[in-house]
Design a protein around this ligand. Structure first.
Ligand code: C5P
Length: 213
């Protein structure tokens, strides 16, 4: 089992690269890396081009313009013998080791891919470019998905053809006919997207100093 931790984003919505922000004395990225490292036989870290150039560690590579491109940069550094490949957002510091184990187990159990998901509590609208509502999907059929997402290595490599785009890896696997299953996601496995999310994460740590690391 190998994990690709994607950390090459520019933090457009955050205002700066959020993966290097301090969270309880460590970087946000460091939280993601330590859980990924404990849950995997190896980890490839994908960093913004300038940062990657600083590292001499062979498991650190430079990312691309989009998340999918960054994952492909990471995939090229994952050994051929890997059977299961997880992809995890550096911006999710609180994914638990159990969550990694659950997605990996689902793939070992026969799925092409497994993603953590939570029921959606807001009603979701499909809108056109002008912001006019086109439709309202039935909320009961919607889930919000997280990372880590785990995949059969051969299927993930096949799905990540040059130029393939999607906001997660499961979308690419679905596009090549892969069977992706959902496991229970975690409420605290929030993606730090806006500054308020980092404030939430810091508060969670100070409220819960006993939190396992
Ligand atoms: O942009 P989004 O919030 O979907 O980013 C999710 C993760 O993907 C973040 O950890 C970010 O650093 C990473 N990413 C990347 N390369 C990009 C864009 C995003 O590694 N070009």
């Amino acid at each position: 089992v190998w994990t690709i931790v994607v950390a090459a984003g520019t933090g457009e919505r955050f205002g700066r690269p959020k993966q290097f922000e301090d969270l309880g004395g460590r970087s946000v990225l460091d939280w993601a890396l330590s859980t990924a490292g404990a849950a995997s036989d190896g980890v490839v870290t994908v960093l913004p081009a300038g940062h990657a150039a600083l590292g001499s560690d062979a498991s650190t590579v430079a990312g691309g313009r989009t998340r999918a491109e960054s994952v492909r940069c990471g995939l090229a550094a994952v050994p051929e013998e890997a059977e299961v490949i997880c992809v995890h957002d550096a911006a999710r510091p609180f994914a638990s080791p159990d969550l990694f184990a659950a997605v990996v187990a689902a793939v070992r159990g026969g799925a092409d891919g497994a993603v953590p998901g939570l029921a959606v509590t807001d009603t979701i609208k499909v809108v056109d470019r002008d912001g006019v509502v086109v439709s309202t999907p039935d909320r009961a059929s919607l889930i919000a998905v997280q990372t880590p997402q785990a995949f059969r290595a051969d299927v993930l490599r096949r799905a990540h053809v040059a130029g393939a785009e999607g906001t997660d890896d499961a979308a690419l696997v679905e596009a090549v006919g892969g069977r992706v299953v959902v496991v229970a996601g975690e409420a605290n496995n929030r993606k730090l997207t806006h500054p308020v999310d980092l404030e939430w994460a810091r508060r969670l740590l100070s409220d819960d100093a006993e939190r396992p690391r």
